[in-house]
Design a protein around this ligand. Structure first.
Ligand SMILES: CC[C@H](C(=O)O)C(=O)SCCNC(=O)CCNC(=O)[C@H](O)C(C)(C)COP(=O)(O)OP(=O)(O)OC[C@H]1O[C@@H](n2cnc3c(N)ncnc32)[C@H](O)[C@@H]1OP(=O)(O)O
Ligand SMILES: [Co+2]
Length: 140
């Protein structure tokens, strides 16, 4: 079911500071413009690598779903990993049939790439927050 690793989500208290780290220390060259995603409670900035992206995420406001994570990890940290799937609804049905908890309402929502996503509960995923994202049409 899972396809390409699309991105690694990295929570940070400051996208601006994280951009300096990835650009000036790690030499990243393809750094997107940060943008707000209030519907998902985050500010986002994608950093491209040859095979996948780093998704820097900062709380949009105090109701952000990553506020709890940053309270436990004030300097930020690796937050989730996102795999692509061909059909998000089929993936949700398969996960539910296997007893995996889909977070939130359980229904796909539009994510930072403009494609539908769901999140699988870490307790069912070996302690890793997994995001599934439907491969945008016309890609690969
Ligand atoms: C969608 C836009 C964008 C995109 O790519 O398109 C993004 O990826 S935005 C990413 C931010 N959005 C989300 O993460 C949505 C899904 N996340 C959630 O619903 C919450 O963050 C949740 C439920 C995973 C955790 O919420 P919270 O931290 O408030 O609750 P707890 O502290 O009670 O945590 C419960 C339990 O889960 C463990 N946990 C929390 N976060 C993580 C994590 N990132 N990785 C692994 N485990 C995590 C936490 O330690 C608790 O474990 P327990 O054993 O019960 O103590
Ligand atoms: Co993500």
């Amino acid at each position: 079911m899972i396809g390409a690793l699309n991105h690694v989500g990295v929570a940070t208290p400051s996208i601006a500071d994280s951009i300096k780290l990835y650009r000036d220390v790690l030499g990243a060259t393809k750094i997107g413009e940060p943008f707000d995603l209030p519907a998902q409670g985050v500010k986002v900035c994608f950093i491209d690598t040859p095979t996948a992206q780093i998704e820097l995420i900062e709380p949009y406001d105090e109701t952000s779903p990553i506020v709890g994570f940053l309270a436990k990890n004030p300097k930020g940290g690796q937050h989730h990993i996102c795999f692509e799937v061909a059909d998000i609804h089929a993936a949700v049905a398969e996960m539910r049939a296997k007893g995996v908890t889909i977070l939130g309402t359980g229904e796909p929502r539009i994510g930072a790439h403009g494609a539908p996503v769901v999140f699988l509960h870490p307790r069912d995923m070996g302690g890793v927050l997994i995001e599934l994202m439907e491969t945008p049409k016309g890609v690969h």
